[in-house]
Design a protein around this ligand. Structure first.
Ligand SMILES: Cc1ncc(COP(=O)(O)O)c(C=O)c1O
Length: 380
């Protein structure tokens, strides 16, 4: 079976973790500091703060921007549930805006109609690593005095006009979860170009302490520290980032070249001057008669790993049917999503299928996958 997901870990990462364990200094320390520097150099964003995972990164960003009860945050329903959950953690309300049918990303043209006097922020998600239309989103945010938190969890290596994602809002949030382009097992980063905001982020992530340490706590913060074991893996991954991302972009380009020619398939549209991170390759079956499960089953029967992800939109999640049941003590008016409708997101949810997109993918494997898809659409 050609796997949908495969983990790119070499001897160097194993050696790095062993050294940290042997040193007995497992907590956040010099490896985390070194990683922060490397990640800032990589993204060309001034300040990086390591955190324990991408969900905490988003939560921390919202708290640092003073978003809380009674506020509303505009986001997309076609994403991993962590995006909107992080909003709920602060007591603010996720307001879902439909996506563009071609890019799968939040449609800037539909944002304006969802802005109310409570709206404080927009959280665009660069889904699958496809950069959102940040120019249009920034224009709206500036015009309506809103802040932007970019969910870059899937965006390592994605850019717009050569600028890495995470550079376009007040804060960018990354995940280094074990299947992402760059991995730490678990791990996350909060990035910003604003020094004051960075100081606040660094303090809140460490129980409101001063970045210099000590036992004075200046705010009620959290423990969102990354371990030095994860940071040590991340440092090796950063040294290998060029190699890893070049291979992913190579795979992505090869898929796009061949799959674009198949009638019945539609690839995620990448806007001009935008560079995809090539984290996930998930085309849509646009032939009406063909069901998502049918193509996934067909690919599996040919030993090609495939699956659907986010077939349940965030507002359709069972957990969101009655939010008052959960421990969201700060939420004041629980939203009722039963009438929320995002037709484009609903379409994509039922029509996409994921293809293998891993660094170990060979030219022969991609050619085999393309051939099998051509065969499928010729005969169905
Ligand atoms: C779009 C998106 N946002 C947020 C997250 C949360 O990151 P983590 O799993 O590291 O908490 C993820 C990933 O897993 C994600 O894909």
């Amino acid at each position: 079976m050609i796997p949908v997901v495969d983990i790119d870990i070499k001897e160097e990462e194993i050696k790095a973790v062993k050294e940290v364990v042997k040193s007995k200094f497992l907590i956040e320390g010099k490896h985390a500091r070194a990683f922060e520097k490397k990640f800032s150099d990589f993204t060309e964003i001034k300040y990086t703060t390591t955190v324990v995972n991408g969900t905490c990164a988003l939560h921390l960003a919202l708290v640092a921007l003073d978003i809380g009860p009674r506020d509303e945050v505009i986001t997309t329903p076609y994403t991993f549930i962590a995006s909107s959950n992080s909003i709920l953690f602060t007591g603010s309300i996720p307001v879902f805006v439909d996506v563009d049918k071609e890019t799968y990303n939040i449609d800037p043209e539909k944002i304006e109609e969802k802005i109310t006097e409570r709206t404080k922020a927009i959280m665009p998600v660069h889904i699958f690593g496809n950069p959102c239309d940040m120019g249009a989103i920034k224009d709206i945010a500036e015009d309506r005095n809103l802040v932007i938190i970019e969910d870059c969890a899937q965006g390592h290596g994605a850019s717009i006009k050569g600028k890495h994602v995470g550079n376009f809002g007040e804060i960018g949030c990354f995940s280094f979860y074990g299947t992402k382009n760059l991995i730490g097992g678990e791990g996350g980063a909060v990035v910003t170009n604003n020094k004051d905001l960075n100081d606040k982020i660094k303090s809140i992530k460490n129980h409101g302490r001063s970045p210099e340490g000590g036992y004075a706590h200046y705010s009620i913060g959290f423990n969102y520290r990354m371990t030095d074991m994860a940071a040590a893996i991340m440092n090796v991954q950063m040294n290998r980032a060029d190699e890893i991302l070049t291979k992913r972009h190579y795979n992505g380009d090869k898929y796009r070249k061949h799959l674009n020619e198949i009638e019945g398939l539609m690839l995620q549209k990448i806007l001009p001057s935008h560079k995809h991170s090539d984290y996930i390759m998930a085309p849509l079956v646009i032939k009406k008669e063909i069901r998502q499960e049918q193509i996934i089953e067909y690919l599996k029967s040919k030993n090609i790993g495939s699956r659907s992800i986010y077939s349940i939109l965030s507002y359709q999640q069972p957990a969101y049917l009655d939010l008052s049941k959960w421990h969201l003590s700060q939420v004041i008016d629980y939203p009722d999503y039963s009438r929320t409708s995002c037709p484009n997101a609903e379409y994509i949810a039922t029509k996409h299928f994921e293809l293998p997109m891993v660094t170990s993918l060979t030219d022969d494997s991609i050619e085999y996958i393309v051939e099998k898809l051509q065969e499928f659409f010729r005969t169905n």
